[in-house]
Design a protein around this ligand. Structure first.
Ligand SMILES: C[S@@+](CC[C@H](N)C(=O)[O-])C[C@H]1O[C@@H](n2cnc3c(N)ncnc32)[C@H](O)[C@@H]1O
Length: 206
């Protein structure tokens, strides 16, 4: 579903948000993607007002939180003034290549309520997969069409769309969090290094 960047800007400027992060989502994340250790690094794409990114710091991650709506990033900073383990980044993950992402890659990439709005899901997910460190996971949290009223169908994925999304990954586990699908995808990084080819060209890249 296409939503213009300006509409997201306005949504956050008007003080609105989205479905709050639920206990079941928190539990599933703690259980299935705990931080691997002190240096665990996560990326949240489309972070909105930042609650999930801050929750990830409680699991032990340092987090890069990206959203292309300035008003979302401004609200996230204001809402979480003490979140010193989150780096708030304003950027478009589909078009700013590369957004100022961590050159060493990520142990976890999370997209919550975002994937249905991406123009080219497959290529964004592939690009994010290339940024995974060995053993890392991409987690997609999304409404599903079966539980979404027809007039809001565009905010959700149907079973075919979920199958296509999960297809390239070696392991795709699916959980339910109060009618949101939580997909934990592993094993699609073609190089296994956790960094893109471009990163490896850069001084200090791995
Ligand atoms: C439905 S909101 C969900 C926000 C947040 N994840 C949550 O759960 O509350 C979708 C978010 O994705 C962001 N977004 C959509 N496309 C994006 C893109 N290409 N790059 C960065 N952010 C994007 C929007 O600005 C918006 O904040």
């Amino acid at each position: 579903m296409y939503v213009a960047r300006a509409e997201w800007e306005e949504h956050y400027s008007d003080g609105k948000g989205f479905r709050r992060l639920g206990d079941k989502e928190r539990r599933l994340l703690s259980e299935h993607v705990p931080a691997p250790g002190d240096g665990g690094r996560a990326l949240e794409v489309g972070c909105g007002t930042g609650d999930l990114s801050v929750f990830l710091t409680s699991l032990g991650y340092g987090v890069d939180a990206v959203d292309y709506a300035d008003s979302a990033i401004a609200r996230a900073r204001e809402r979480h003034p003490d979140a010193d383990r989150v780096r708030w980044i304003c950027g478009d993950v589909e078009r700013d290549d590369p957004v100022d992402l961590h050159p060493g890659g990520y142990d976890l990439v999370v997209l919550r309520l975002v994937v249905p709005f991406l123009t080219d899901r497959t290529s964004v997910l592939r690009g994010l997969g290339e940024r995974l460190r060995p053993g890392g996971a991409v987690v997609v949290i999304t409404p599903v069409a079966a539980h979404t009223p027809p007039e809001r169908r565009g905010i959700a994925l149907d079973e075919d769309e979920i199958r296509v999304l999960a297809g390239p990954w070696e392991q795709a586990d699916r959980f339910d969090a109060d009618q949101l699908a939580v997909l934990v995808l592993r094993g699609a990084c073609p190089t296994g290094t956790g960094a893109t080819a471009a990163d490896r060209q850069r001084p200090g890249g791995r």
